[in-house]
Design a protein around this ligand. Structure first.
Ligand SMILES: [Zn+2]
Ligand SMILES: [Zn+2]
Length: 433
């Protein structure tokens, strides 16, 4: 096939509109037809918010959704896939002629909420986008009059994004093996194809000292609160020498029990963030020196325990990003800038780790409200009827981009090339299978 050429589709086309464009329209129609079911799915998750790794009801809602999607048993659903609240649902078109390995496209659903404020990050809408986009691709391929291309649509339910990093557990369990491209989208205040979410390392720091009467014989004590305070101040001093793109933020979780007892134990929790996995260890090393210095100064012993998983920065995939913008614009999505890149403040996501093992896209989308993520106002917006239009429009843009990947082999090649170049730039060896 020549560069730029589309994989031939069966069936006729209206004059002036390519067959692929008609197929994209069909995907959008299928999503609209399922709008009520998709809205109910999202509302069910929203109305009973559950924390990371405890999303049992959401897991039930999503797996039942795919099990009941007409026609019966069209999706092969694996509940409790690798993790208690993860799942996998797969669909392959019938009558595929080619014997070669199918192209495997992954659609990711998140569904964990935040403590106290429910779905303030709108992950119920992420679940809806993932499900809707997968239904759209399936619907479009089912309508092909001739033999369908060898494609597998894989929906992965990925729990625990807000805490823990469920996608990292799933990567380690091999869930992303064989996937060629992955898609998801995250609710925001803006429409953006890419936001450079940063790498993150978390630590819990414990100081052990010795209790003593603080008035009668304080010299017998070893003050663990002093160590925590010194550590806090050491890190505050370090900030002047930090790159402007680095972030250090922490709390003193435990600092003693009573003023007349020299605190024998203190505990801090800190998050460190940097734009790349190359820089993150540099920052972590400097911060750990600050913690150790505080222990030395006070005579305490220190224990520094890293979190189970580091969140990696999200790698861009420009070819995928460009295709998404093109499709989004056709649907009337107004992007934040010409290149649709959001350069504002960013957090971290376990989708970053995914982009180190498989090419992927994680665009952000407006949901009809200016409320900020992680606020009660955003919880309200994520459960509103108004958010539905924007959520389904984003799902359509993702489904259309997936169809581009299926029917434009040249695009898939470019996506793979971009992926390789990004990994080289990060000096990162792709060792995770
Ligand atoms: Zn989120
Ligand atoms: Zn969040």
């Amino acid at each position: 096939m020549r560069p730029g050429e589309e994989r031939p589709l069966e069936g006729g086309a209206c004059s002036g509109v390519s067959q692929l464009e008609l197929l994209k329209l069909r995907a959008a129609e299928r999503i609209d037809e399922a709008a009520e079911r998709l809205g109910a799915l999202s509302r069910a998750i929203w109305s009973e918010p559950e924390l990371a790794y405890e999303e049992h009801r959401a897991h039930g809602v999503l797996t039942r959704f795919f099990e009941r999607e007409p026609p019966a048993a069209s999706w092969a659903v694996q509940p409790h896939y690798q993790l208690a609240t993860a799942f996998r649902a797969e669909w392959e078109p019938l009558g595929v002629r080619a014997a070669r390995r199918p192209l495997q496209l992954g659609f990711l659903c998140e569904y964990d909420a935040l403590p106290g404020i429910g779905h303030a990050c709108g992950h119920n809408l992420i679940a809806e986008v993932g499900a809707a986009a997968a239904l759209g691709v399936k619907g479009a391929l089912e309508g092909l009059p001739g033999p369908p291309p060898p494609v597998k649509v894989v929906v992965l339910g990925t729990p625990a994004e807000e805490d823990g990093g469920g996608k990292i557990d799933l990567i380690e369990a091999g869930a992303f093996k064989n996937l060629d491209v992955v898609f998801m989208a995250h609710p925001s205040q803006e429409n953006a194809a890419y936001l450079p979410d940063v790498a993150e390392h978390d630590v819990i720091v414990k100081y052990y000292g010795k209790a003593s009467h603080a008035a009668a014989y304080p010299w017998e004590g070893v003050n663990a609160l002093d160590a925590a305070v010194l550590a806090y101040n050491n890190l505050s001093v370090l900030r002047q020498q930090m790159k402007p793109t680095w972030r250090v933020h922490g709390i003193i979780k435990s600092g003693g029990v009573k003023p007349n007892i020299i605190p024998s134990y203190s505990e801090l929790i800190y998050y460190f963030r940097a734009p790349s996995m190359k820089e993150l260890p540099v920052l972590t090393k400097k911060a750990e020196d600050c913690f150790r210095a505080a222990a030395l100064a006070t005579g305490c012993t220190v224990e520094i325990k890293g979190g189970a998983h580091d969140y990696y920065n999200v790698l861009p995939n420009k070819s995928l990003w460009k295709a998404y913008i093109e499709n989004g614009k056709k649907l009337g999505i107004e992007f934040i800038s010409e290149d649709a890149k959001l350069n504002g403040p960013s957090g971290s996501t376990d989708f970053g780790n995914v982009t180190f093992v498989v090419p992927g896209i994680h665009p952000y989308f407006y949901i009809g409200s200016n409320a900020l993520n992680h606020t009660e106002q955003y919880t309200e917006a994520a459960g509103s009827q108004e958010a539905q239009f924007y959520t389904l429009r984003t799902a359509k843009a993702l489904a259309m981009t997936a169809l581009d990947v299926i029917f434009k082999p040249e695009l898939l090649e470019k996506i793979k090339e971009d992926f390789k170049l990004q990994l080289q730039e990060e000096e990162f060896l792709n060792t995770v299978e």
